[in-house]
Write a protein that binds this ligand. Structure first.
Ligand SMILES: Nc1ncnc2c1ncn2[C@@H]1O[C@H](COP(=O)(O)OP(=O)(O)OP(=O)(O)O)[C@@H](O)[C@H]1O
Ligand SMILES: [Mg+2]
Length: 305
């Protein structure tokens, strides 16, 4: 189950998927000449492209997720690279959020959810019994669709995590962490004179940056973002996108988005999901200019979803 998929193996597998009956065209030159064949479930189960990276920070292997009888994620193998952004795209209900939640065990909190397969962070199995889930969620932080600051002050929103994780020896250190985190989240200048004010009093875009500051404050290695801009206006969205680009110098970022423009702007790799299958993954430029799978092409050209 934990067999790593090497670059070589997956590239070879990709090369072999030239059977026109599979509805998959591999060669770029063939891209505009898809054979209009319905994909069989078997063909769907193959991921086109390179699912692995050199020196991944996180690796998912043959991951299945079930909600009761519902098979929401099907044998997904995918690496998350360091210092880069991977965008997860696909039609509503294809499993993007489900897969994202597997990466910091948020599905543990979902009634009836069952995760199978293996997910490792720096080589260690995150589903291992001894894994401290609170610790894991500090290392793999999450920013949600709707900004959700705690009903506390701006300062306390950021200080809370470092305090419970014992990251600051004293108040001076805690102040420093709060300031640095707010600076890195691009919010410091706007809030430095109102730190005792409630976080919920900020604008939506500011609240989302506050949530990013809160995530950063506990020194994560990975930041998961599930449609972080969908509740924001275009200006606030642009600020978050700029921020994502800056943050990848320090963190790996996985972002779920319904905006193809956003995926193209912020990510270096893109993964396309469809009905629980990881259909295609590769460099973002390549996915958007030269998708190899018909389902990916249909989605990014707006014919589907
Ligand atoms: N708690 C749950 N219980 C049962 N089924 C669920 C649950 N959460 C998600 N599902 C189902 O799992 C599948 C994947 O859902 P998921 O929320 O991961 O999709 P998504 O790609 O994030 O969709 P969207 O773009 O609409 O957010 C869907 O069929 C959904 O109905
Ligand atoms: Mg979702």
């Amino acid at each position: 189950m934990n067999t790593p998929v090497s670059e070589e193996r997956s590239a070879t597998a990709t090369e072999k998927v030239v059977d026109p009956d599979a509805g998959i065209n591999v060669k770029p030159s063939q891209r505009r000449h898809h054979t209009p064949v319905e994909l069989t479930p078997q063909a769907n189960a193959k991921t086109v492209g390179t699912a692995t990276v050199d020196d991944p920070i996180m690796s998912a292997r043959d991951v299945d997720v079930f909600y009761g009888d519902k098979h929401a994620i099907k044998k997904v193998t995918l690496d998350i690279g360091r210092n880069q952004v991977i965008a997860m795209i696909g039609p509503s209900g294809c499993g993007k959020s489900t897969f994202l939640r597997c990466l910091n065990r948020m599905n543990d909190t979902v009634e009836g959810a069952r995760v199978e397969g293996s997910i490792t962070l720096d080589g260690a199995d995150i589903y291992e019994k001894r894994q401290d889930v609170v610790q894991l969620r500090a290392r793999v932080g999450m920013v949600f669709q709707k900004p959700n600051p705690f009903p506390k002050s701006i300062y306390e929103n950021v200080a809370y995590g470092p305090r419970i994780h014992g990251l600051a020896a004293d108040r001076v250190e805690l102040d420093e962490i709060v300031q640095t985190s707010l600076q890195r989240a691009g919010l410091w200048e706007e809030v430095k004179d109102r730190l005792p004010h409630p976080g919920t009093g900020l604008s939506g875009g500011q609240q989302q940056r506050l949530c990013i500051a809160r995530t950063i404050a506990v020194n994560p290695e990975i930041i998961l973002m599930d449609e972080p801009c969908s509740a924001l206006d275009p200006i606030a969205t642009a600020r978050i996108e700029d921020l994502i680009d800056e943050l990848r110098a320090s963190y790996a970022i996985c972002i779920v988005t319904h905006s193809m423009q956003q995926a193209a702007r912020v990510s270096q790799r893109t993964a396309y999901f469809h009905l629980g299958d990881l259909i295609e993954v590769g460099e973002t430029d390549r996915i958007f200019t030269n998708p190899r799978h018909k389902l990916t092409e249909d989605y990014i050209t707006g014919r589907f979803g």
